[in-house]
Design a protein around this ligand. Structure first.
Ligand SMILES: [Zn+2]
Length: 214
């Protein structure tokens, strides 16, 4: 794992979420596992536009800071929960993209209506119920770690994870893209659900590509 490259990817993800208007104030955070017990994450209380590759926080797997500048963000316990549950995950990305966040705050999950997206993310991007920050938020999200790669969170935005920062980013991007299309389609009566037999075939392909996922 090339840490310099991972750091660049984190800074680039922060730049992109800023450019797209997916964060305001200090919203959003990104982390990556660069060695079994070494993680880098964005510093708390920092606008994502100002995150630099050489100014990230370094911690161990328990979240204890071992280097870098600034302090880890409070939602870091959620990121560490994903890493603990999923040995395959190398990065977690969180932002408040407006269409997907609008679904979550309305108490809605996202049910996939594009065949390609079913293979990438499954038939649904579930909604994590509203919970207070800290331990309750982690307890609410934990049941989704094993089988999903992206979740909407009530009262929050979207969390996505993957092998590396780029894959986690692409999943976040796909969730927002689907939510945007669903929102536009609502003007025409809403997206048509995919036929069940098609969904079964797509899920078969998904299970081959991503074993263990819903
Ligand atoms: Zn948030």
């Amino acid at each position: 794992m090339n840490e310099a490259r991972v750091r660049d990817e984190i800074a680039f993800a922060c730049e992109r979420m800023t450019a797209r208007g997916w964060v305001a104030n200090h919203d959003g955070n990104v982390s990556a596992r660069v060695a079994p017990n070494r993680f880098v994450c964005t510093p708390t209380a920092t606008a994502k536009a100002l995150v630099r590759a050489d100014a990230l926080v370094i911690t161990d797997g328990a979240g204890k800071q071992t280097g870098g500048r600034g302090k880890p963000f409070s939602e870091y316990t959620l990121h560490l929960g994903v890493y603990r549950a999923r040995a395959d995950v190398g990065a977690v990305v969180h932002a408040h993209p407006p269409y997907a966040t609008a679904l979550g705050v309305s108490g809605r999950e996202l049910v996939s209506f594009l065949p390609e997206a079913v293979v990438s993310l499954g038939v649904r991007i579930p909604l994590v119920p509203l919970a207070a920050p800290g331990a309750p938020a982690l307890a609410a999200m934990e049941p989704f770690f094993a089988k999903f790669d992206a979740v909407l969170v009530a009262g929050n935005g979207v969390f996505a994870w993957g092998d590396d920062v780029e894959q986690a980013w692409l999943r976040l991007e796909l969730v927002e893209h689907l939510a945007t299309i669903a929102s536009h389609a609502a003007a025409w009566g809403g997206p048509q659900p995919l036929p069940q037999e098609m969904v079964e075939k797509l899920l078969e392909a998904r299970r081959k590509a991503f074993p263990g996922r819903a």
